[in-house]
Design a binder for this molecule. Structure first.
Ligand code: GLY
Length: 386
């Protein structure tokens, strides 16, 4: 990460030219073709940063109705005097659909936005994916910038260019790779994030520790129980969760932008996690489903001799201390979950392939494209608690 040379931490001067406004002191992570700007207070200057990355004629801000109420006006003002307009949809995973994509696209077209526009997502992972897909397809592709407002979207969904929607057969089965022109992360927005959503983000932060950095995993496992409490989001540990969480994802995406190899490790916990979301009809939100999926898949790795014994317990203890669930609710049938894993994009030739840890801090499967085929029988055993 490098330091941006400008130095003001104050709010931007309104109605001045966007080119001459100062922006808060920031840490940037440079990716091929775009930067991720991380800075407390940057939301007030987000429009300037987006404009510097994509000099569009107009900016279409896509956000859900809840996030619009919290941050929509502040983001709009950050574009002043540039033309920007909010386009909203109903929030929640159940709205990450082709219908929402169609409605947003129609609204943006009816408002007269042309090929010289850019899309700006403001929100959590659902918004990032949906707005990214609108941008990937609108007029055959216009730039997209992400302004994530959930921890999950900061450390995962806003980075790496995955965009798409869910369909009845499975999550994210229709989509595109569409890299952002800019990602703007203001950790201060997490202060108003509901606790349940903050905890969901900790599942992805801990996942990144499992994948690549055991000391980071341990530091986060110690810090998160306190961070997850009301008022516990400020300070160094939260900034580290955001910065290191993003940096780990960036390191992997830089090596494999289109998931032809190592990027698959980011799906640890997601094969069974997505199945849990689908079978629960999204009653179990993404972060919680991923937490349960991580515990199950770590056990699967132990049972198949891939992971060191004790890996599952170390992960489960950290997730439980964060207030996240670690076991499948009894009303979700094992058969239904296993059937749902077949829709996973990593399934090949009828066999489901999993991204599995070797231990906390290292993933297995380098020799087989970073995924490992697992028989349904082993998954049944793990779902039965063995
Ligand atoms: N969320 C996993 C990935 O971006 O590859």
């Amino acid at each position: 990460m490098s330091r941006r040379p400008s130095g003001s931490t104050g709010a931007p001067r309104r109605n001045s030219s966007p080119e001459t406004r100062e922006i808060p002191l920031a840490h940037d992570i440079v990716m091929p073709g775009y930067s991720i700007t991380i800075s407390p207070g940057i939301l007030e200057s987000a429009g300037i940063v987006v404009h510097a990355a994509a000099r569009a004629h107009r900016y279409a801000i896509v956000t859900d109705i809840n996030v619009a109420a919290r941050f929509g006006q502040r983001l709009l003002e950050s574009f002043d005097p540039l033309p920007a307009q909010l386009f909203t949809f109903a929030g929640g995973e159940e709205y990450k659909t082709r219908d929402s994509w169609a409605r947003l696209t129609d609204d943006i077209a009816e408002a007269g936005f042309g090929r010289d526009c850019a899309i700006v997502s403001l929100g959590g992972g659902v918004t990032t994916d949906l707005a990214g897909f609108v941008a990937a397809t609108y007029m055959r592709g216009v730039p997209v910038a992400h302004v994530p407002t959930s921890l999950l979207a900061m450390v995962d969904a806003s980075v790496g260019g995955k965009a798409g929607v869910d369909i009845p057969a499975g999550k994210n089965l229709v989509g595109a790779f569409h890299q952002p022109c800019s990602v703007i992360v203001d950790p201060l927005v997490l202060e108003s994030l509901p606790r349940q959503e903050l905890r969901a983000g900790f599942a992805e932060v801990l996942k990144h520790g499992v994948i690549a950095d055991a000391p980071f995993f341990d530091r986060m496992a110690r810090a998160i129980p306190q961070l997850a409490q009301p008022g516990g989001e400020a300070g160094h540990a939260m900034l580290e969760a955001v910065r290191r969480g993003i940096a780990i994802k960036c390191d992997i995406v830089r090596r494999d932008e289109r998931e032809e190899g190592i990027r698959a490790v980011l799906n640890f916990g997601h094969t069974l996690g997505h199945a849990i979301e689908l079978v629960s009809h999204f009653a179990i939100p993404h972060g919680e489903a991923v937490a349960i999926g991580m515990v199950l898949e770590a056990r699967l790795a132990e049972r198949t001799g891939v992971a060191e014994q004790g890996t599952r317990d170390r992960i489960a203890n950290a997730l439980a201390a964060a207030g996240l669930p670690t076991a499948v609710p009894a009303d979700l049938s094992a058969n239904a979950l296993i059937a749902a894993t077949r829709a996973d994009k990593k399934a090949r030739g009828g066999t489901v392939r999993y991204a599995l840890p070797r231990r906390v801090g290292a993933m297995a499967g380098e020799e087989s494209g970073w995924t490992i085929p697992v028989d349904d029988a082993a998954v049944h055993e793990v779902l039965a608690g063995r």
